[in-house]
Structure formats: structure tokens, C-alpha cells
Design a protein around this ligand. Sequence first.
Ligand code: PHE
Length: 450
Amino acid sequence: MNNRSEFSSKLGFVLAAAGSAVGLGNIWRFPYLAAKYGGGLFLLMYVFFVVTFGFAIMTAEIAIGRKTQLSPIGAYTALNKKYGFIGVIASLVAFLILPYYSVIGGWVIKYFVTFLTGGQASTAQDTFFTSFIASPIEPVLWQILFVLATLAVVLKGVKDGIEKASKILMPVLIVLSVVVAIYSITLPGAMEGVKYFLIPDFSRFSIQSVLAALGQMFYSLSLAMGIMITYGSYLKKEDDLEKSVKQIELFDSGIAILAGFMVIPAVFAFSGGDEAALNAGPGLMFVTLPKVFNTMGMSTLVGSAFFLLVLFAALTSSISLMEAVVSTVCDQFKLERKKASILVAVTAVILGIPSSLGNGIWSEFKILNMNFLDLMDFITNAVLMPIGALLTCIFIGYVIKVKVISDEVKISSKFKREKVFTVMIKYIAPMCIVAILVTSVLSALGLLTL
Ligand code: PHE
């Protein structure tokens, strides 16, 4: 077991874990949710959840990984033989997310290349996005490219692949985010958008907005899918675990907030303050934003910079997804790393194809009124992830007991927030997770309108 790979430093670990956390969730999902659920109010709730539940669950996962030095299935089994199945659920979530995440990653490459080659005028057309994602072949080719880029890093291993890539991609991502955010907030008319994003409008408070903020927090911090367990298993015993969690969270919320600054004020400036433009939902990044860039100065530069940073964010997340699956396959099936990586990449391409075709030639095929990509997103994020998170809380709180985790954290940290941690894991997090699970399933079944 001693030859398990390790991150060479705490910084390497933090950047890689932050790389996992910072992804499409921050840049694509967070701004449109914030726009939809009352701007500053959503932001406030989100940050609150990050420092409470997010902190507790992330600490628990990293500690489980570091304690057992194993990937999720082995880790849960090592702690209690009967509970290896929680690890199976976690690995399954990562395994199912990777294919459709790469489909969206492929779209991002396409946008980046289009902007870079000066084709932004075409991206601003209403039909550009829908006709691109509906075509049978092209998105699949971009998806394959995205998977290959991910594979190239994972093949090189933890230190030379993941850690090195994160150390380059993450700083570039921060710099580009700051530049694009400054550009966006200095546009004429953008200040209204800044206000909208920062000042909480309490009249917009609703149960849905609370649940959306909670769900976003889980997704954005890459929780309950075995990723933090896997990365934690590469963390050295002497590296401060509590501090690392804080830094990862700061990174993740920081980039989400910057993304809010990049997107919301620019859309406000573009629409002349008309809030309706913000209601584009998932299309905000792929449909509205290109239009916004296209009407402004330096569109080739700003647009390419923006999609490059999105691409980097998406890549470091898909690297973590692939790593979690590869590490599980290696540990469980005693397969060599290289073979496991190639196997996982090929599977991701094949399983991703239905998610791509579901936007076009297979769009007739719907389950619960969702196309394949939305269905996969729903099963993983709205069903399996909360179930995994709930089981994790119960497992730690009531089966192995919180002390096992606290002791692991205390090897390297004072664990100042031990009390918050205990209360969250045992009582508050499980209740909230049940609430997310019930509402999302009911609304998918059409029994509840959100
Ligand atoms: N946390 C990533 C994001 O914000 C998403 C992700 C989900 C990454 C699942 C890995 C696994 O985009």
C-alpha cells in the first residue's frame, strides 16, 4: 500500500481538488441559477451552505480517503465491511457523470475554436447552438477530443499528470476570470447587473431557491461521488486537512462569484437592464453570452479567453471524474493504471454518444420528459448524489461514529470546527439532503411544480 501515489505538496492537492470543484458548475450553472433565484439572495445562501454542509461533507470525504488510502469502494469497505456499497454508489455517480460531462466539454472546445478563428458572428445566431448540438457527428468528434485531453493527463498519473496540469491550468483560469470579469463590469450599463448580483432581494425567497442553492453546493464542490475520497487518498498525513478544505472552498466560491461578475453584468449591459435576458437558464452561456460578446469590442479576444477558461475549468473537473473511476477500477480489478485509464476513456466516449444524439436524431426518445443528457444529469445529481451523501452522513454519524473522522483530521489540524462538523453530519445535513431528494424526485414525476 505504501507505493500509492501521492501529491507532492499540500498546494498540489489543493489545486487539484479545487480543479475538480471549479468546473462547468461554477461558470455555466451558478450564474444562471443566481440570475433565476434572486441574485444576491442566492449567493448568500450558497456561501452559507458551502461553509456549513459543504465544509462538513468535504472534510469527511477527504479524511476517509486519507485514513484508508483507498479509492471509494475499498475505503468504505475498510471502515466497515457491510458498507462498501456506499462506495459503489459514489463510483457509479462519477462513472455516469463523466460521459455527459465530456459531451458538454466538447461543446466548450467547439465554442473556443470558433471564437479563436474569428467565427463569433455565427455563434450569435439564434440557431447556432441548437443546430450544432443536434448534428449527429460533429459534437461527438469534439467530445472524443475532450475525453482524449482528459485521458492524456490521467495517464501520466497523480504527480506528473493531475498535479502538474492543475498547477498550470488553475492559475491561468484565475487570471482569465479576473480579466473577463473586469471587462464585463466596466461595460456601460453593467453596474445594474453588479447590483442585481450582489444585493439580496429577500422578496424572492422561496423554498425552491434554498433547494437550488443546496443542490448547487453539492455539485459544485464535487461531493458524494468519491472524488474527494480518491484525492484524499493521495494526501500526505502531515498536510493540514482542515485548512485544505477551507482553501478549496474559497477557490470554488471565488470562481463562482467571478463567474457571476463575468456573466450577469455583461448580460445586463447587453439587454439594456432587462432582467428577462437573464432567464435563459442553461442556454445563458451558450446562447446569450455569445450574443453579448458579439456586440462588444474585442469580441474575438474576450470570447476566446472566456471559453478557454471554461475549457480549463471543465478539464480539471473531468480529470477528477476519470481519476476517481480509474482509481476504483485499478483497486477493485487489480488492473494496471494505463489499461484502466484507456478502458474508462473508451467507455466514456461510448456512453456519452447517446447524450449527444439525444439533442438531435434521438430527441424523440424521452424518459420522464427528459432527453438522454438531462436524464443522466437528473439520475446522477438529483437522485444518486443525494442518496450517496445521505448514506455517508448516516455512516459517519451513526455507524463508525464521528470520532473516527475527527481523529483523522486531528492528525494534521487543530480541527477548530469540530462541533460544527458533528452537528452537520449527524443532524442537519441528513435532513436537508432528504428535502432535496424528495423535492427533485417529486418534481421530475410531475407531482410538484417548482
Ligand atoms: N464540481 C464540478 C463543477 O462545478 C462538477 C463536477 C461534478 C466535477 C462531478 C466532478 C464531478 O462543475
